[in-house]
Design a protein around this ligand. Structure first.
Ligand SMILES: *Cc1c(COP(=O)(O)O)cnc(C)c1O
Length: 400
């Protein structure tokens, strides 16, 4: 079968809730993927930062294989010999007090919302049913009904009402707006350190520091959604480290499994997760032995192979060289580490056609928010490989 045949099958039988680029991939290794015709591409999306460690990382792969032959799922009705060691590894590596494992990113967000609300009623003594959580405009936290209910992206919400109440939306990057929005009923502030899906929006320096102070002063839980920015993507383990702060809850997912398997987690610096009693919350697959083994390996290679440091060094180089490209289309190059957005002027006619031109030159990336090309290669990328990409990016952005 050829690419067209596979695409035809998807179109015939599948719901059309995605509009992928016309490339059908069948193999991946490191920063490279191959399509069914054998063409090779550099992956500059990394599955929205789920494959920070590179495709099919051999150490994660062998952890997966080994565990898959032993035990994959016991449900949380029983203990397993993988859960405890995973908890220890993730808490030690991230300096967290405790952890609650789930599967998708959206489930981690939902878990944090439940935890923070329950904490609000039990500890902060908010009147029953009155808890408020503050979120930001232009956020992306996933696709469940509760989460899209506080999205400001019309398309994400259109046709899905009614939504879960209890959320207040303020501008992103504006600490004063947070202060003004807090009431005695506010239990949490949920925010991305850098808005990824929102177009790689970096808040002003000092924002997170102010946010931390405001949350402390008002006894409000700071929940950082680091599902995309975490695990090395921005050149630190967590983006919060750029401002030297600590969240109360941190949400991770995506790269927690290096792309092998859906694994997410809520990390807690305080006793917030202590509000859950047996039966309060759960997931059949959450914390299963296979997920634990994969996640442990995925976490260790980030450190052992110095991927986080590499992301900082190569990200800086990549951004600097992108800024040197003289193109009438480029409005701004921004980002941190290897999470980079190239925003184009509206007159350029949208980022998608540039992503298509890049694909034709062997680079895969995806537009976000119509006018932004997101460049987020695996954290193992080297300078010569970036140079190879930069040459092609320059060609595509300087002609036409
Ligand atoms: C991808 C993402 C999510 C949702 O993760 P899923 O695994 O797709 O549910 C949540 N928050 C952020 C910041 C993300 O980038």
């Amino acid at each position: 079968m050829k690419s067209d045949d596979y695409i035809r099958l998807e179109n015939k039988y599948g719901a059309s809730n995605y509009k992928p680029l016309d490339v059908v991939l069948s193999r991946g290794e490191g920063i490279w993927v191959w399509d069914v015709e054998g063409r090779k591409y550099m992956d500059c999306l990394s599955s929205y930062s789920a494959v920070n460690q590179g495709h099919c990382h051999p150490k994660i792969l062998s952890a997966l294989k080994e565990q898959a032959e032993k035990l994959t799922l016991v449900s949380r009705a029983f203990h397993s010999d993988q859960l405890g060691p995973f908890y220890q590894e993730v808490c030690e590596r991230t300096k967290s007090h405790s952890v609650l494992p789930m599967n998708s990113g959206a489930e981690a967000v939902e878990t944090a919302i439940k935890a923070v609300r329950k904490w609000g009623y039990q500890e902060k003594k908010v009147a029953p049913g009155q808890a408020e959580i503050i979120v930001c405009e232009n956020n992306f936290h996933g696709r469940t009904l509760t989460i899209i209910g506080f999205s400001t992206e019309e398309q994400y919400k259109d046709g899905y009402a009614p939504f879960t109440p209890g959320f207040k939306i303020i501008p992103f990057g504006d600490a004063e707006a947070l202060e003004a929005a807090i009431t005695p009923n506010t239990v949490g502030f949920l925010v991305e350190p850098i808005q990824g899906e929102g177009g790689v929006i970096v808040p002003p320096t000092g924002y997170l520091k102010s946010v931390r102070e405001i949350c402390d002063q008002n006894n409000v839980m700071l929940v950082l959604d680091e599902i995309q920015t975490g695990l090395g993507r921005t050149g630190k383990l967590f983006a919060e480290e750029h401002e030297d702060i600590e969240s109360d809850l941190t949400l991770i997912g995506k790269a927690l499994s290096g792309g092998f398997y859906p694994v997410s987690a809520v990390l807690s610096n305080k006793e917030v997760l202590g509000v859950f009693k047996p039966g309060d919350h759960g997931s059949t697959f959450g914390g299963n032995p296979l997920a634990c083994a994969v996640a442990r390996a995925a976490l260790s290679v980030l450190f052992e192979e110095k991927m986080i440091e590499n992301a900082a060094v190569q990200g800086k180089y990549f951004q600097k060289r992108l800024k040197e490209i003289k193109s009438p289309h480029i409005k701004e190059v921004r980002g941190k580490g290897l999470l980079i957005g190239v925003e184009l002027f509206p007159e350029a006619g949208g980022a998608r056609k540039f992503c298509e031109a890049l694909r034709d030159k062997g680079i895969l990336c995806k537009e976000t928010h119509t006018h932004v090309i997101r460049l987020a290669p695996p954290l193992i990328i080297q300078q010569n490989e970036l140079n190879w990409a930069l040459e092609r990016i320059r060609e595509v952005l300087t002609k036409g």
